[in-house]
Design a protein. Structure first.
Length: 424
């Protein structure tokens, strides 16, 4: 007799109960039937590898690079694609597309790393990677607004943005491996690349040193990994010397746009500054490639905790199944889905916006339907720099403090729950 068939065993289940459990399991499975039907057809950076390899070969030929160059982030930075004649050779652009790109570029420049360009499906203008990297006429047709307040009244010292009680940002550069078309900080991209000087960073560090309540400092920009290793090393070392700074965070999208930047040398340096967290931005499962996975492995090997902050984008990830695939791919490569941001109503990016209900619907279809580890928090940023505000479907239906809560479960069952009453 095996242990589970022994009525004395804590794992013993009578057959009639097992039958009920099988029915319940079948009912649970039926709740993700729609996802299971499409799951394997959703493009990812792994299952579209063959096409990506072809694009890579074509791009290397056009740019005159080698396989070794491809693995060198400096080659990608030196060969960033930012003119329509090169892009046309890679993506077979027509005249109208070229004209639109050039007109949109007058409002906000564009650039894309050869690596990220290799992820584009050249035959599909609705490709999520194309839409994130190549400008279209919608950037200048659709009007948005500006939130000047956020920067104007929230920078108590040079390069600093401070919105919260115990943490703040140092904006170290405006450089990125590509200029995302949906970027919330498009105004920072400006017309030229800038790495801010040590004097400016020194002033920011002095502010932090004189603010003992600051325990968490985020270096971002731009992209924190656009800084050379030695400059980043210096800033992290200075922060290590401020005793009340408990953690350092890096904001970098390079895991998605140029994962070759995550070199063993960079990771060796980061390992000396524990604890370091890195928040990146994967918005599409197509961005999760073997190269991205290698970058994450290296960071984790160096003790860096990696999280992901997606932006909810029309036609890119505002679909329950695509977002589910994205969070599954993230946890598979050991990146914790952390936030989904609602896109702001800003000039040049408004066409990416979707109703807040799309975000709520995504969370509704993740919570309970997949591991809690894979469920990010959906955030809208309050106007005038008032901070990130979580939005969640309503689970609590009634809380009248008479000892009972009325709530619904992820599966829609309405339940009562006995609360603990305070002693009179
Ligand atoms: S990498 Fe980040 S900061 Fe840079 S353009 Fe993209 S979204 Fe904006």
């Amino acid at each position: 007799m095996t242990v589970v068939n022994d009525p004395q065993s804590p794992m013993y289940i009578p057959e009639k109960n097992r039958e009920i459990a099988r029915e319940r399991a079948a009912e649970r499975k039926s709740r993700i039937k729609g996802y299971l039907e499409v799951r394997d057809s959703i493009p990812t950076g792994t299952n579209r590898r063959e096409r990506t390899e072809k694009s890579k070969a074509r791009i290397l030929e056009i740019l005159g690079g080698t396989g070794d160059d491809w693995n060198d982030h400096r080659w990608h930075i030196g060969n960033v694609i930012k003119d329509t004649s090169t892009l046309s050779r890679i993506l077979d652009l027509n005249d109208k597309e070229v004209a639109e790109i050039e007109k949109a570029a007058r409002l906000c420049r564009w650039a894309v790393s050869p690596y990220y360009a290799s992820l584009i499906d050249p035959s599909n203008r609705s490709c999520p990677v194309y839409m994130q990297s190549i400008p279209t006429s919608r950037e200048y047709i659709e009007k948005g607004t500006e939130d000047h307040y956020a920067i104007k009244y929230n920078s108590p010292a040079p390069l600093i943005t401070r919105l919260y009680p115990d943490r703040l940002i140092i904006n170290v550069t405006n450089i990125c491996a590509m200029f995302c078309r949906h970027c919330l900080r498009k105004k920072d991209i400006s017309s030229k690349d800038m790495i801010y000087s040590r004097d400016n960073v020194r002033a920011a560090l002095d502010y932090i040193a004189s603010s003992p309540e600051i325990r968490d400092v985020l270096l971002t920009g731009g992209d924190a990994l656009a800084l050379p290793d030695n400059y980043l090393d210096w800033i992290l070392g200075e922060l290590d010397d401020i005793r009340h700074v408990e953690i350092k965070r890096l904001g970098s999208r390079m895991l998605a746009t140029l994962p070759q930047r995550v070199t063993p040398e960079l990771c060796g340096m980061l390992a000396r500054h524990k604890p370091v967290y890195l928040n990146t931005q994967f918005n599409s499962p197509m961005e999760i490639t073997p190269e991205a996975e290698t970058a994450v492995d290296r960071l984790i090997g160096a003790g860096v905790i990696v999280g992901n902050q997606s932006v909810l984008l029309r036609g890119i990830n505002n679909d329950v199944n695509v977002m589910k695939k994205l969070v599954h791919e993230l946890v598979r490569i050991r990146v914790r889905p952390y936030y989904i941001f609602n896109c702001k109503k800003l000039e040049g990016i408004r066409h990416f916006r979707v109703p807040v209900s799309d975000g709520l619907n995504i969370i509704e279809n993740l919570r309970g339907y997949t591991s809690g580890l894979a469920v990010p928090t959906f955030i809208i940023t309050a106007p005038e720099g008032r901070g990130k505000t979580p939005m969640a479907p309503a689970y609590l239906l009634n809380y009248n403090r008479n000892g009972k809560l009325l709530f619904r479960t992820w599966a829609g069952d309405v339940c009562e729950y006995e609360d603990e009453l305070l002693d009179e």
